[in-house]
Design a protein around this ligand. Sequence first.
Ligand code: COA
Length: 335
Amino acid sequence: MYNSRITGLGYYVPENVVTNNDLKEFMDTSDEWIQERTGIKERRWIDPKTGDTTAVMGAKAAKIAIERANLTKDDIDFIIFATLSPDMYFPGGGVQIQDLLEMPTIGALDVRNQCSGFIYSLSIADQFIKTGMYKNILVIGSENHSGGLEKSTRGRGVTVIFGDGAGAAVLSRSEEEGKGILSSHLHSEGKHAKELALIGPSTERWVPEIMEANDPEDTSYFPHMNGQFVFKHAVVRFSEAIVEGLQANGLEKDDIDMLIPHQANLRIAQFIQKKFGLANDKVYNNIMRYGNTTAASIIIALTEAWEEGKIKDNDLVVLAAFGSGFTWGSVVIRW
Ligand SMILES: CC(C)(COP(=O)(O)OP(=O)(O)OC[C@H]1O[C@@H](n2cnc3c(N)ncnc32)[C@H](O)[C@@H]1OP(=O)(O)O)[C@@H](O)C(=O)NCCC(=O)NCCS
């Protein structure tokens, strides 16, 4: 069996910065409230005039990752694309990447696992590489949240948290023992699906039904989040996923060189940091600048940490996520 290693990383975020104070233009909120509860200072929201979309941002991030892997688009064998905000209801965004990057007719798979999307995608890519089916896989997480958020006081509990952006990684075959992805663990608990969900438009609540109802109180086509419920589950599941990943490899929490938690809420990340007794330089957070970018969040943070020289050869890097589904999981990497 082969190993898989991350050989290229890239990210792209829209230029348009939206500060907490900017949000006050259309909702009753405050910089103080948002920072205290979430740690977020600003986020990026697409300016539609730029032409950025979920797929376009994903393609921009992918180009950087492919170049840094010292590969060309023609060396990529397979695309895995994670998003909850695709440009189209169907088809998925993976095929758009194939087209935008003018790639050969390779396979393209979409992953619908929200905040755990990158963890799931990395795990899938790892399996394809381990079995020898593919050599180089492009994994992308991209989100255009701003287009679908409820920008009013009614939606403030959700809207202030989410930002737009994309990240990409190239996962490549390696024969070096003990390096690369050591393990991945994936979980779900669908009974909580509606605690963090966007119900309509869907076949459960289809567009004609929504239009016919024409109900100004209808919020089914905006994301709904039971914030405190999600928070309570997140801290437990994040911890479980990290412990599971460490134990599977016979490792201890002191072996962690860098923990990159999904950027859901700075308070969740700080809780985890404290629980595992990790020093500040062993946890990477950027939610302050980007908000929660869902499937893109870990990969943007991983790329930034790597660009800043915070991840070095042989480091033990732990990625962990929790989110809508509920879904959660971890990936342990020997860099
Ligand atoms: C969303 C979250 C920050 C809200 O914090 P909270 O302490 O739970 O706040 P609540 O929802 O209980 O609301 C408290 C009050 O603040 C108000 N409020 C909500 N959003 C607000 C905002 N953006 N600005 C100002 N006030 C706000 C509420 O209306 C409520 O007012 P009330 O007491 O008068 O009814 C928090 O629950 C959280 O981070 N949860 C986890 C979310 C998460 O991780 N999601 C992603 C998972 S991948």
